[in-house]
Design a protein around this ligand. Structure first.
Ligand code: NAD
Length: 303
């Protein structure tokens, strides 16, 4: 399978769909040999359309991998006590190895409290403070690592291998400091012995910081805010951003068309980078694949 496509500008385009398919194939093969069916429970509260799409594709991937897959859909008005009671039931269920509560949760629910109720051993999103702590002390064996940064690292490693370079000692800049993406990404890069800078909304001279980076991981949530001209020639660029912007023309239903773009100005960045992930088709598919991989790890530890 080829994971990298040479673009017109000469940059390698990292094919997240192909890498994710490889991860899912590996998970399915291991499940067949495990002698235990990994169980994944996904909990959705309310009817947020984007969340519904994510939850559906997570369920589909779980079935492809041969998992026992359950979905709990609760009404928008669900109380915090009821959601916590469900999580506790899933914590105690021996057929369930992974629990994912889809974010965002409605305002009457304290998301952090719910995440902290999930048993760390079943926390396949890797958001529990115990898993964040294990990652911070460099215990990758015991930590369940958040899916998006874990997937981003695999894409970065795929590109580095193809380019014949080692991540150790490279200057890496992570733009964004969220607990879900930015911070765990920085921990993973540190564990790879990169020299890591975390840039954020208060960073002065972002262009100057990025211009020094051999590796750029963008997780901001602002369409194309990272300009191609800022990218150091030969850098590897991982674009985590998924932003819906206005497209051209109308759909068959007469609605204005939309399209997805990343946090990086793709064409201009590809003209300077050695390798870059596209949006869509880069980090996105890896997130779901890593969720399956985490569920397998959780089940394997139980077995
Ligand atoms: P977030 O809103 O929690 O964090 C955004 C970060 O960007 C913040 O830490 C903030 O300090 C930083 N920031 C904001 N403005 C900035 C600026 N002008 N300069 C520098 N930094 C700035 O977002 P998140 O949950 O970390 O997600 C980031 C992006 O990644 C979003 O586009 C989201 O949709 C996407 N995402 C993708 C996946 C995936 O599967 N591919 C998963 C999670 C998030």
């Amino acid at each position: 399978m080829t994971f990298l496509i040479k673009s017109e500008s000469g940059a390698l385009i990292i094919d997240g769909k192909a890498v994710a398919a490889g991860v899912l194939e590996g998970v399915a093969t291991e499940v067949a040999a495990l002698g235990l069916k990994p169980g994944l429970a996904v909990v959705l509260v309310g009817e947020d359309p984007a969340s519904q799409v994510y939850v559906k594709s997570k369920g589909r991937a779980a079935e492809t991998c041969g998992f026992h897959s359950v979905q709990h859909t609760l009404p928008r008005e669900t109380t915090q006590a009821d959601l916590i009671a469900l999580v506790q039931t899933l914590n105690a269920d021996p057929a369930i190895h992974g629990i994912l509560v889809q974010l965002p949760l409605p305002p009457q629910i304290d998301s952090q409290l719910v995440l902290e109720t999930i048993s760390p051993a079943k926390d396949v999103d890797g958001f529990h403070p115990v898993n964040a702590g294990l990652l911070a002390i460099g215990d990758r064996k015991r930590a369940l690592v958040p899916c998006t940064p874990a997937g981003s690292l695999i894409l970065l490693q795929t590109a580095a291998k193809e380019l014949g370079i080692s991540i150790a000692g490279l200057d890496a800049v992570v733009v964004g400091r969220s607990n879900i993406v930015g911070k765990p990404m920085a921990q993973l890069l540190l564990a790879e012995s990169a020299t890591v800078t975390i840039a954020h909304s208060r960073t002065r001279d972002l262009a100057g910081v990025i211009a020094r980076a051999d590796i750029v991981v963008a997780a901001v949530g602002i369409p194309e805010m990272i300009k191609g001209a800022w990218i150091k020639p030969g850098a590897i660029v991982i674009d985590v951003g998924i932003n819906r912007v206005a497209g051209e023309g109308l759909t068959a239903q007469g609605q204005p068309k939309t399209r997805l773009v990343g946090d990086v100005e793709f064409a201009a960045a590809a003209a300077r980078a050695a390798a870059i992930t596209p949006v869509p088709g880069g980090v996105g598919p890896m997130t779901i694949a890593m969720l399956m991989s985490n569920t397998l790890s959780a089940a394997r530890r139980k077995a």
